[in-house]
Design a protein around this ligand. Structure first.
Ligand SMILES: NC(=O)c1ccc[n+]([C@@H]2O[C@H](COP(=O)([O-])OP(=O)(O)OC[C@H]3O[C@@H](n4cnc5c(N)ncnc54)[C@H](OP(=O)(O)O)[C@@H]3O)[C@@H](O)[C@H]2O)c1
Length: 372
């Protein structure tokens, strides 16, 4: 059977590398033998997001330009470009970004880098489905009219050097603190869709109640709501997330799972004596001590399946019907996370992970902008 065009030899190599003894070391040269006889996913395993067809996993680019939380330096750009190229070569066509990504004078850097990487990509990019950029427009307090929101969209398009976006997402709802502003933002989404600036419209950090409201408002204007992005992982799988998933399913909205690795806590590489630099350490110090059983469970399932903990955590999101968008900063992250595709956890493994996760004393804190 012919391979999907975008899924090349690297897909096989990645699987082989990641499988090799569960080793996290980067091989000196590409592995020769493949253990998995097939691509990471077949064309028919692509996922519909409104009119778009995307890979079962995308990649997140919050770190690309963020010095404060993620330690970004411009010297990382060539590796980030390699990350993008490797992902695309392996059929990953969904990249999540936001107009607020990038700290200080680097604001917009994530979109700018994506724009540059798309331009400089050496392989074929023939159709708009080949690279789907999902950006998010911040609900800044000074964005008070629909026109200002459309201008924000145009600025993103400029940074991305694109005529049209894949998914234009409202980054958060203002319902909790500025309900009057929200209608203007919704109208902004309608306008950008009607003007053809975005192929699909999505929201982020919306809870089930607010999601129902925006869905019906947009529907009344003839605009389909295609995606809802929310924190969703083994550390963030409470009633709110499950209710949101059910609402999404009933309305045909695709759930995009952000922070699927719990900001790195589910990778297994951190513990109380080995914390990341920067503000994440404060959060990790609070949460990690309560995660022993969950991390042990993840590790044991990973070992049994010849996978890594990150791959199991990402695969769990896929098994729940979400599109995970793990954040990546290095080629190593991309290689390993690609290995989350092409297999499935069994129902017994899923329920073991979930019951252990539910018993964990601490969960991830929810985004301050998350609504009911
Ligand atoms: N809509 C929203 O409000 C919102 C909020 C948050 C995120 N997001 C989106 O979701 C994306 C993903 O979420 P996230 O970046 O917050 O968290 P995440 O995906 O849970 O964690 C990403 C971090 O984990 C580490 N990592 C990734 N893969 C790894 C691997 N295979 N092995 C070891 N470490 C690995 C890296 O950091 P270290 O190496 O430094 O540990 C990476 O930056 C973001 O990039 C962004 O696009 C959206």
């Amino acid at each position: 059977m012919a391979l999907p065009p975008a899924v090349g030899a690297a897909a096989f190599a990645v699987q082989a590398h990641v499988h090799a003894g569960g080793s996290l070391r980067r091989p000196a040269s590409p592995p020769a033998a493949a253990l998995r006889l097939g691509p990471l996913f077949w064309p028919w395993e692509k996922v519909k997001v409104g009119p778009l067809s995307v890979s079962p996993m995308g990649f997140g680019t919050w770190a690309w330009g963020n010095q404060l939380l993620w330690g970004y330096q411009e010297s990382m750009d060539s590796e980030l470009q390699e990350c993008f190229n490797l992902a695309l070569r392996n059929g990953i066509n969904l990249f999540d970004t936001a107009d607020s990504y990038g700290t200080g004078k680097l604001n917009g850097q994530s979109e700018r880098l994506l724009g540059k990487f798309i331009r400089e990509y050496e392989g074929p990019i023939k159709s708009p489905d080949d690279v789907v950029i999902a950006t998010k427009f911040a609900a800044y307090p000074w964005r008070l009219t629909s026109g200002q929101f459309v201008s924000a969209c145009k600025s993103s398009l400029e940074r991305l050097q694109l005529d049209r976006l894949g998914i234009g997402q409202l980054h958060w709802s203002t319902a909790n603190y500025a309900p009057l502003q929200e209608r203007a933002l919704w109208d902004g989404l309608v306008e950008m869709y009607d003007k053809g600036l975005v192929r699909a419209v999505g929201v982020s950090n919306y809870g089930p109640k607010q999601l129902l409201k925006i869905h019906s408002y947009l529907a009344s204007k003839g605009v389909p709501l295609s995606s809802a992005q929310v924190q969703f992982s083994l550390l963030s799988m409470g009633d709110e997330q499950m209710e949101l998933k059910a609402v999404c399913d009933s309305l045909g909205i695709r759930l995009i799972a952000y922070s699927p690795l719990g900001l790195g806590m589910l990778t297994g590489k951190y513990d109380s004596s080995n914390l990341p630099n920067g503000p994440r350490s404060v959060l990790f110090r609070q949460i990690l001590p309560g995660l022993e059983s969950l991390l042990t469970c993840l590790r044991s399932i990973a070992e049994k399946k010849g996978k890594t903990m990150s791959q199991v955590a990402i695969n769990w999101c896929i098994c729940k019907g979400a599109i995970p968008i793990p954040g990546v900063k290095t080629v190593r992250h991309v290689e390993e996370n690609l290995g989350a595709l092409g297999w499935r956890l069994s129902p017994a493994e899923i329920s073991e992970l979930e019951s252990t996760a539910m018993a964990a004393p601490k969960k991830m804190i929810q985004n301050v902008f998350q609504t009911a």
